[in-house]
Design a protein around this ligand. Structure first.
Ligand code: ATP
Length: 197
């Protein structure tokens, strides 16, 4: 089965952009954030855990996740955020393993904003950190998400491990500064991962 590689980076670092380059090389990409949302709405085991923790009101009568309810009652309350994360992260971890096992590639990528923060690096063979200067990340995020204020972006940044620490913990660092080319950096890591398998 494939080597399991995480790709992370703070908000606006460019991890989705870099993941797209890997996908052009034929590498399967698992988006942990998208998949977490899907699992909250569709994984029966996780759904019953969420109902036990926050009540039947967490789901609408048609069985869909009540996002407004969760936004109001869970995501504004830090201990509750911890609880929901403690349910969702293991579910994503299991789902990623099942998915990876079915892929026929030398390695696969799990794209996630939080990897070291959640300890999911323990179940990965390698982690890549996409690293960009803070100023550049803030500017890119505000350009991409005009609905966010600079204050909101800073708030998200403060919930993430500092970039320097992620660079130290990562096996590979891709520098996504405006004067650095991404493709040569991706190719070098790709060659190395392929030669491992
Ligand atoms: P998030 O954690 O918010 O999902 P991300 O790390 O996945 O962010 P991207 O969405 O890949 O970041 O990049 C943020 C924005 O910056 C996007 O609009 C993207 O097109 C742009 N961007 C990324 N890298 C570069 C680059 N090297 N040059 C110019 N623009 C870039």
């Amino acid at each position: 089965s494939p080597i399991l590689v995480g790709i992370t980076g703070g908000i606006g670092s460019g991890k989705s952009t870099v993941a797209k380059i890997f996908s052009i090389l034929g590498i399967p990409i698992y988006s942990a954030d998208d998949r977490a949302k899907w699992l909250m709405g569709n994984d029966e085991h996780l759904k019953s855990q969420i109902k036990d923790a926050f009540g039947e009101e967490s789901y609408l009568s048609d069985g869909a996740l009540d996002r407004d309810f969760l936004a109001k009652t869970v995501f504004s309350d830090p201990p509750k955020v911890k609880t929901i994360n403690s349910l969702v992260h293991p579910a994503v971890g299991r789902d990623f393993k099942d998915w990876a096992f079915q892929q026929t590639a030398p390695y696969v990528l799990k794209e996630a904003a939080l990897i070291f923060e959640t300890g999911s690096n323990d179940s990965l063979d390698h982690v890549i950190n996409v690293s960009s200067p803070l100023k550049v990340r803030i500017a890119r995020t505000l350009m991409r998400d005009p609905f966010r204020s600079e204050e909101q972006v800073n708030q998200i940044i403060n919930q993430q491990l500092p970039d320097e620490q992620k660079n130290e913990l990562a096996d590979f660092v891709i520098k996504n500064t405006d004067n650095k080319l991404l493709i040569p950096q991706v190719l070098k890591i790709h060659q190395q991962l392929i030669s491992e398998n």
